[in-house]
Design a protein around this ligand. Structure first.
Ligand code: GCV
Length: 719
């Protein structure tokens, strides 16, 4: 298999960062353009560039991101025998002998084929502006033309061409416009600067250490960060928060005296159109500024935030903004001063507004010191209870960041009711690419199908808007699954989750299995494997249904949790049952599940609009997969499938474990067909997946058999 292509090829850059961007760079990266040969190429192996790199390519335009495009094209052509040329001056169009033109429309007279493409009326009358990130692609007279209004559009267009491969050069194609559906497509790193005594360098990270930080300092290996930026741009991600939302004492200082570290990362990400954001502590005025209070109504507090923020922008002019976890799991927040979260968020938004920044304010606010004896308090209700009354009170540059489910990234949850309750607030939905509750990158669990379901969910029924529509003004955010592991994500197949997140954030309506197919083609280019069809078929067989497989052998019917407390890996049915975290299943000898109805339970179903409010309220209408999230039912309750709840538990746990075994058998057939290092790593993890699935099966089945006394109708072995 090919090794990383990152940074290969001649360095055509002659301008310094400052000359190209106007951004001062106190500790300008010395080696940011160096080659990183330590990391797997993921979805950008050199072979993926063959179709483009074998042609005569003209890049027309100027600017930092156009430099990046030209670097990419130059590398591809150097590797595959094509020719890369560039016109940066308005009066210098070159149009002889080209196969591909990538042009900025405002870079002066366009080469003739590009000018013709520009003049061709779009089919279907789509002449909406391309915007900052969109591009137009067409092919006529044997020339493929890609036009953009802004450099980022050219960059995204380039990676689109790479994905198309030979298809981009096969036949004439009318002009087609491509634009991202969501403006901000962001990753949150839960990376700590100082190693946390319990959580380590990366909280919930399953791929080694942080790629940004090591033992209290910023890392110096810029090539790795640059390679990361490149992968992100290639799947459409344009923003990153570089530190954990749980902000420790060291991390808080990234805002002030350690800002250079953040600026350094920003310098490396910038050429790929990725903007840096920072998680900050709400108590920063006290912790860093020495003020006696962080009260949002205090004028000295407001002045402190304004001053600190101005310093950030002086150092990083394209800084994206802040991410805040407040009044949650021990993080400080406005409640300490008797203020609500609109006041808290608006304080930071006010400081960011003059600079064009945004604050991502997390809605993950709940009581983590609950009394398990108290059946009236329901953690699922918390975000809606806190935030719905505040709708309309947030400043325009506040983005309320809502976890997609009401609890916490369980393998199955309903869509959070907050998303339908805030029509006058910018919303971002938060996914978790890192597999905290979905197998921790030891299990194959392709999450694209689930995210797709969430994005397509229509809170007001089939004729209303979908979640993706409701978040268009805010965007999509995900907790990153990347670390310094050579495969980036620990489990090589977990790369697909990162890729799919970016692609679905660009186009939430994309078919997640088509996205997976795209990832397979990019990551395992047919020419680099021994048997392309076997590779494709195997990866689909192993991955397509892997999220549902994981669901089958873990917590049943939406009830969630049942994991080992703290680590969140492996089964522990009662691990959280008598804990303060608000995470219960209430299994007894007669039944299981949480009664969240209005009639007899916590009333959570009432947080949904119609029709879901009624659908979830009714045990007869509630979708099977969420039954135990909303209802406490007897073990003999009949599902829509005609099976009882307890029999369903037995059946799915046997079936899920068998599927995990099948996945392992399928994978073994790829030995000798793909890169042995990838094969070996995945094979090891599949062994662990099978072991763990068996443990889940046996503990869950035994638990429910002992509680209910109901034998398995098929007489299989239960302990
Ligand atoms: C960063 C869950 C995780 C925590 C995480 C938290 C959050 O509780 O277990 O590790 O903290 O979510 O999203 O803030």
């Amino acid at each position: 298999m090919s090794r990383p292509s990152v940074g290969d090829g001649p360095d055509r850059s002659v301008a310094t960062d400052r000359e190209r961007t106007g951004v001062p760079s106190a500790r300008a990266p010395q080696d940011g353009r160096a080659v990183d040969r330590t990391a797997h190429p993921a979805w950008l192996p050199p072979e993926a560039f063959r179709a483009l790199g074998a042609r005569r390519v003209l890049v027309h335009g100027a600017g930092l991101l156009v430099d990046t495009v030209f670097d990419e094209v130059g590398r591809a052509c150097a590797a595959h025998g094509g020719r890369a040329r560039r016109t940066a001056l308005a009066d210098d169009p070159v149009d002889d002998g080209v196969d591909v033109i990538l042009a900025l429309r405002d870079a002066g007279p366009l080469p003739a084929p590009a000018a013709r493409a520009e003049a061709t009326p779009p089919p279907g009358g789509d002449d909406a502006p391309l915007g900052d990130e969109g591009f137009l692609l067409t092919r006529a007279d044997d020339v493929t033309v890609l036009l953009a209004d802004a450099p980022a559009g050219l960059l995204y267009g380039l990676f689109h061409l790479i994905r198309l491969g030979e298809t981009a050069f096969a036949a004439d194609a009318p002009p087609r416009r491509h634009r991202p559906a969501l403006r901000r497509r962001m990753l949150d790193h839960w990376d700590n600067v100082a190693v946390h005594p319990v959580m380590g360098q990366v909280e919930r990270g399953y791929a080694g250490g942080s790629i940004f930080w090591r033992d209290g300092s910023a890392r110096r290996d810029l090539a790795r960060v640059r390679a990361y930026a490149r992968l992100l741009a290639a799947c459409g991600i344009n923003a990153i928060s570089v530190n954990n939302v749980n902000v420790g004492a060291v991390e808080a200082r990234l805002l002030t005296d350690r800002l250079d570290d953040v600026a350094w990362i920003a310098d490396v990400l910038r050429p790929y159109g990725v903007r840096v954001h920072l998680s900050v502590s709400f108590a920063a005025p006290v912790l860093l500024g020495g003020l006696p209070t962080a009260d949002p109504r205090d004028a000295t507090v407001r002045a402190w935030w304004a001053g600190a923020t101005a310093q950030v922008y002086a150092r990083i002019p394209d800084f994206g903004g802040y991410v805040v976890k407040a009044d949650s799991e021990g993080q400080p927040g406005p409640f300490a001063y008797g203020r609500d979260h609109a006041e808290g968020a608006n304080l930071l938004a006010g400081a960011l507004a003059p600079h064009g920044g945004v604050v991502h304010w997390r809605a993950f606010v709940y009581d983590h010191r609950q009394d398990w004896r108290d059946r009236s308090t329901d953690r699922a209700r918390a975000a809606h209870d806190h935030f719905a009354p505040l709708d309309g009170r947030f400043r325009d540059n506040v983005v309320l960041q809502v976890k997609h489910g009401p609890m916490d990234f369980q393998v199955r949850e309903p869509v959070s009711p907050v998303i339908a309750a805030m029509p006058s607030t910018r919303l971002a939905v938060e996914f978790q690419v890192t597999q905290e509750y979905t197998g921790q990158q030891r299990h194959v669990c392709y999450l694209g199908p689930w995210w797709s379901d969430v994005l397509g969910f229509r809170p007001w029924g089939p004729s209303g808007p979908a979640v993706a529509d409701l978040t268009a003004g805010g965007g999509l955010v995900a907790v990153s699954n990347v670390g310094d592991d050579p495969f980036w994500t620990g489990h090589p197949l977990a790369q697909a989750n990162l890729y799919a997140f970016g692609r679905l954030a660009w186009d939430p309506r994309a078919d997640p299995l088509a996205v997976l197919d795209e990832w397979i083609t990019m990551t395992f280019p047919p020419a680099t494997t021994g048997d392309p069809e076997l590779v494709r078929a195997t990866l689909h067989a192993v991955m397509d249904d892997s999220w549902r497989t994981y669901e089958r052998y873990t917590a049943p019917l939406g009830v969630g949790w049942m994991v080992r407390p703290g680590v969140h890996y492996g089964p522990d049915v009662d691990g959280y049952e008598y804990s303060p975290w608000g995470t219960y299943h209430f299994a007894d000898r007669d039944g299981v599940g949480v009664d969240r109805t209005r009639a007899t339970g916590t009333g959570f179903t009432g947080q949904y609009p119609s029709p879901w409010s009624e659908v979830y309220e009714s045990p007869e209408r509630c979708p099977d997969e969420l039954l135990l999230f909303f209802h406490h039912v007897p073990y003999g309750h009949l599902l829509h499938t005609g099976t009882t709840v307890v029999q369903h538990i037995y059946d799915t746990h046997f079936a899920g474990t068998e599927q995990a075994r099948r996945m392992r058998r399928r994978w073994r057939r790829l030995a000798g067909v793909i890169d042995p290092a990838v094969h070996e790593r995945v094979a090891q993890r599949l062994d662990e997946q099978v072991r763990c699935a068996e443990e889940w099966r046996d503990q869950i089945n035994t638990y429910f058999f002992r509680k209910s006394g109901v034998p398995d109708a098929r007489g299989r072995r239960i302990h």
